[in-house]
Design a protein around this ligand. Sequence first.
Ligand code: ZN
Ligand code: ZN
Length: 265
Amino acid sequence: MKLTILGTMSPYSKPNSACPAYLIETDKARILLDCGSGSHRFFDMQNKLEGLNIVISHLHRDHYNDLFNYQYSSFVLHRQNKISKPINIYLPTLPQQIVQDIKQECHAFCCYYPISQHQELEIGDLKINFMKTEHSREVDTYAIKITEGDQVLTYTADMSFSAKDKISEFAKNSNILLCEASLLQNYGFPEINSHLTAKQAGIIAKQANVDKLILTHFWPEEDLENYLREAKSVFGNTIIAKENMIVDLNKKMEFFKNENRFLCR
Ligand SMILES: [Zn+2]
Ligand SMILES: [Zn+2]
């Protein structure tokens, strides 16, 4: 299983960055977890749209804004006979109005499927599990676990620290915990917020006994080293997600696309 980071910022992106999006690939499956604003620029639309499955954790704009780019691209590339099968899009069922807007898009070559608590999907050689987490009253939000053989990656999506025990159980012994860390302790928010601090991400990684913690969902103006320092004070094996970073779970290494820069850990 290979993870490519396409977006890490919220609520807006800056040059060379995008809002949350993560591409998971194996020989037999291709899954895009979320597609936040600007993230399609890091996706190889021409070569990777065929056979794509898109899974949206929740319907906040920073996680699905680029869905319309994928829908429209699927429509055009299908008309050009460049893709033969519809794109599969898996969505929460709430808020209904947003789901309807997405499904009513006529310029799309897509199929839509609802996701729900405790659902298990099989896509190619991947198994996908969902757990409803705590983030927003109005917007259903799902943590997502992806398994290929003995390799496991868990994505927290956006979440409150109130769901710490649930997510720790769900992500137990994962190889990778891809965890939101929107906040820092010194921002002065109460411990229970709709988002996590980097330290809280570290606490969850430790409780879940994961191999590696990858932090994401950063405030665009913040120095990323501050997130890293705070999480590492609790959980040592932590790295920062960056656009174009590839984490190869088979080879246990990280490297950057288009650069001869390998970061073996
Ligand atoms: Zn959110
Ligand atoms: Zn978000």
